[in-house]
Ligand binder design. Sequence first.
Ligand code: ADP
Ligand code: GN1
Ligand code: MG
Length: 368
Amino acid sequence: MQQNAIEDILNYFALEGSLKSATPYGNGHINDTYKVVTETADGERNYILQRINHAVFRKPRLVMENIERCLAHVSAKLDQFPGVRTMNVVQTKEGRNCVRTFDGKWWRVYDFLDGLDSYDEVSDPDIVFEAARGFAQFQNMVADLPLPRLHETIPYFHHTPMRYATLEEAIYMDVRTRVHEVGAEIDFVRSRKHLVAHLLNRFLNGQIPERITHNDTKINNALFDPKTKQCVAVVDLDTVMPGLALYDFGDMCRTTCNPAPEDEQDLMKVKFDLRMFEAAVTGYLDTAHFLVPAEIEELPFSAWLLPFMVGIRFLTDYIQGDVYFKTHYPKQNLDRCRTQFRMVELIEGCKEEMQAIVQRSAKATGRY
Ligand code: ADP
Ligand code: GN1
Ligand code: MG
């Protein structure tokens, strides 16, 4: 994007200082993110400018309403959580939390959380432990958010049967004639159809409660203090809404138990590292004191479900012509799908070990 166009957008916001630079930032798949640097009398200030992807988030105002409610709630109790840092929405000069420009695009600005580390892949169990604690802490902090219920910013976001049905519809439509390339991946999904509604059924039966959850707990949405190594901030709050804690745990494992990139083409490099899983379980149980026994019991299943569901979403997007996730080369969504399904296979090969890890860790933390 042209620098002067960005300057025009930034002009709507009450920033301190004069614009020095604005450069694309991060590796998110959904929004357009820029790091903005301004020059003030006291030195440089950093901000995050984001174009909210309104094809994905159809009601950006409701997204912002959710985020501001959560941030106000969390910020009010920061003194009880030493070290934790939280995002801050920078208002426009007219006192709004985002702006819709004449071309129909939606923009917002956050203060940049300076001096923190972010990872796209990890292979250090200590980082996984801290990430699990950080996401659990976030769930703790929003758990008592007063009513009304948060908006569902993407309806049916983690509704696996709906994701399955959407894949079948995409296969039927085959708008880009790609279905013939992905027969093996389609068979892979169909042979597991009997498992897609398992968690949802336990929720509908009342065995697993609805909570306020983050819903996008990939590792690059957690930020770490380089000195203490603790996860001190959680970002990407667009999908914070009612959900199951297990979706957050499962997605965390999806991106921390495999040391390879999400689009790794050499499937031999894709792993499901049980040491990382153990670190995720212990970190999560250490901090998520609210969990009921049925949730603890389903931790291994959730670590299976999330790569399966996200793999279905990548496959659907590939078949539909790469219309949802950002891609940087032609078959990237297919590569992403294959890494997810490889993880699913690996997890299926170590279910007993995963259950033993959960039992061991639950005992050690006094949860059984
Ligand atoms: P997307 O929805 O596209 O994933 P994110 O909101 O996750 O976009 O932003 C992309 C990346 O930018 C994040 O993964 C994180 O590393 C970084 N980021 C986002 N917000 C901030 C912030 N306030 N301070 C520092 N880094 C941030
Ligand atoms: C997207 O926005 P980002 O990159 O943090 C997606 C997640 C997927 C993830 C797969 C709103 O996350 O649901 O799990 O890509 N976010 C949305 O990497 O769809
Ligand atoms: Mg993100």
